[in-house]
Design a protein around this ligand. Structure first.
Ligand code: BGC
Length: 445
C-alpha cells in the first residue's frame, strides 16, 4: 500500500461547526502560552470544507490508501450519549468521495482530540471511566461506518497523549497539559489508554457488519545496533523490550515487560483481574509511526546495553527531536519479530516524515529536497526489510498537507502539499512530485 496520513484535529478545522463539541485541544490551545504563536486548530486546513479537492490531490498523487482520524467530539459532542448526525454524515461523505476516487479509507478512532466534556466530567484519561466511554464510541463507529471502513486503528501514539500531556510536577506540552503528583499517576493514565485500545478492538469486532482489520498506530522506539553483529543485535533486542515495556509489549504479548516492571516497581499502575487479557487483543497488523530511533551497543551494565547519547551536531530534520536515522525504519520492523517474538504480525508504516526548512519561491513551489532525501533514505531501509522477508504491508508518509503541528502550531510544515493558511490555497511541493514517481514506478526513484 502506498498511502498518505493525516489526523482530524490537525486538518479538519470547523471546530465548532455543524454541531461539533469542543475537544481538549480546542480548549487547551486557547490557554495563553500553550501553543507557539497562539495558534489554534479552529480553522487548520479547513479539510472539512475542502476535502473534495484534497481527495483529488490524493488521486493525482496516485495513493490508493488514506489514513485519517475520526474526531470523537464531532460525532459525540458530549463524549457519550447524543449522536451528532451531521458529524457522522461528514465521515460518510468523505468515505464516499474516497471510494469514487479509488481510495481505501483507513480510520484512526483517536488521534488526541478527546471531547472536552469528558475532561470536565471526570478528568479524561486520568479516570478509568474513559475506557467504557471509548468502547461505546468505537461500537458506534463500527455500527455506522463499519460497512464502508474495513481498516481501523484504535489509538495513535499512546505515549504522546499520556506521557506527553501529563508530567510529574510539571505540565506536559500536549493537551490537557497537566502536572500529576507521581510517576504512578502517569502510569495509571497509560494503563487506561491500553485498556481503551483493548475494549475498542472488542467493540469494533462486535459491531462492524463486515469483519474489520484492526491495528494500532504506535511510536514505539526502534533501536539500531551501532555494530550489527550478534552482540549488537542482542543489545538492540534488550533495549527494545525494556524501553517499550510499558506500552507496546503489553499490547503485543499480554504483559508489561518484567524488566520494565522492575524499573517501575514503585510506580506500577493499579491492574485489575482481566486487564492484561483485555489489553492483549488479536491484531490484524501493527502500525509503526517511525520518525527516528536511538543507537545502542552492548554494555557491561545490569541492563546489558547502552543507549548512545546524541553527538552535538547529529543532523535533524525540522524539530530538535527529529534526528535523521533512516535505519530506524528497518529496525522498527525487524525488532517486532525478533525482540517481541511477533514475527507473525504484518507491519505498515502508519507515519514517517519531516518538517520543511524552506519557503516557497515566487511561483509558490517549495523545493524541499531535504524531505526527498529523508524519504529516499528511509524507504531504502524499509526496502531492506522487505528484501529480507519481513511482513511490511504499507507506507503512509506524514503528511498529505501542512497542518496544525500540536504545541508547535503552524510553525512546522510536514506536508507533501504546501498550505497557505490565509487563502487555503494548496500547492504540491517537489516532494509530492517525487512521491508520485515512486508510486507510479512502485520502486524508489
Ligand atoms: C503524530 C502526528 C504529528 C507528527 C509530527 C506524530 O507523533 O502522530 O500527529 O504531527 O508526529 O510531529
Amino acid at each position: 500500500m502506498w498511502g498518505v496520513a493525516t489526523a482530524a484535529c490537525q486538518i479538519e478545522g470547523a471546530a465548532a461547526i455543524d454541531g461539533k463539541g469542543p475537544s481538549i485541544w480546542d480548549v487547551y490551545s486557547r490557554k495563553r502560552g500553550s501553543i507557539d504563536g497562539g495558534d489554534t486548530p479552529e480553522v487548520a486546513c479547513d479539510f472539512y470544507q475542502h476535502f473534495p479537492d484534497d481527495v483529488k490531490l490524493m488521486q493525482e498523487l496516485g495513493v490508493k490508501d488514506f489514513r485519517f482520524s475520526i474526531s470523537w467530539p464531532r460525532v459525540l459532542p458530549e463524549g457519550t450519549g447524543r449522536v451528532n448526525e451531521r458529524g457522522l454524515d461528514f465521515y460518510k461523505r468523505l468515505t464516499d468521495t474516497l471510494f469514487s476516487h479509488g481510495i481505501t479509507p483507513h480510520a484512526t478512532l483517536y488521534h488526541w482530540d478527546l471531547p472536552q466534556a469528558l475532561q470536565d466530567r471526570y478528568d479524561g484519561w486520568q479516570s478509568r471511566r474513559v475506557v467504557e466511554d471509548f468502547g461505546a464510541y468505537a461500537a458506534l463507529m463500527g455500527k455506522h461506518l463499519g460497512d464502508r471502513i474495513r481498516d481501523w486503528m484504535t489509538l495513535n501514539e499512546i505515549s504522546s497523549f499520556t506521557r506527553g500531556a501529563y508530567g510529574v510536577g510539571k505540565p506536559g506540552q500536549m493537551a490537557p497539559g497537566h502536572s500529576l503528583a507521581s510517576e504512578r499517576d502517569v502510569n495509571q493514565v497509560v494503563h487506561h489508554a491500553l485498556l481503551a485500545h483493548g475494549i475498542a478492538c472488542q467493540a469494533l469486532r462486535a459491531s462492524c457488519p463486515a469483519s474489520p482489520r484492526i491495528s494500532i498506530a504506535e511510536n514505539y522506539s526502534p533501536f539500531i545496533p551501532v555494530l550489527e553483529d550478534p552482540a549488537g543485535v542482542d543489545a538492540a533486542c534488550k533495549a527494545f523490550r525494556r524501553e517499550n515495556g510499558g506500552i507496546l509489549m503489553p499490547i503485543l504479548t499480554g504483559s508489561y515487560d518484567l524488566e520494565w516492571m522492575e524499573d517501575h516497581r514503585d510506580s506500577l499502575p493499579e491492574m485489575r483481574p482481566g486487564d492484561m487479557e483485555l489489553i492483549h487483543q488479536p491484531l490484524n497488523a501493527l502500525g509503526s509511526n517511525c520518525y527516528t530511533g536511538r543507537y545502542v551497543r552492548p554494555a557491561e551494565k545490569p541492563k546489558g546495553y547502552e543507549i548512545i547519547a546524541w553527538s552535538p551536531k547529529f543532523p535533524v530534520a525540522g524539530p530538535t527531536w527529529l534526528h535523521i536515522v533512516p535505519e530506524s525504519i528497518y529496525w522498527a520492523v525487524r525488532l517486532v519479530g525478533e525482540a517481541a517474538a511477533r514475527k507473525d504480525l504484518p507491519i505498515f508504516i502508519s507515519e514517517n516524515g519531516c518538517a520543511d526548512s524552506c519557503e516557497p519561491d515566487a511561483s509558490g513551489l517549495v523545493r524541499d529536497i531535504d524531505r526527498i532525501m529523508y524519504y529516499r533514505a528511509y524507504l531504502s531501509q524499509l526496502l531492506r526489510a522487505v528484501a529480507e522477508g519481513y511482513p511490511v504491508t504499507g507506507y503512509f508518509p506524514w503528511s498529505l498537507l501542512d497542518n496544525f503541528e500540536w504545541a508547535r502550531g503552524y510553525s512546522q510544515r510536514f506536508g507533501l502539499v504546501r498550505v497557505d493558511y490565509a487563502t487555503q490555497k494548496r500547492t504540491p511541493k517537489l516532494s509530492y512530485d517525487w512521491y508520485r514517481g515512486v508510486i507510479a514506478a512502485n520502486r524508489i526513484v
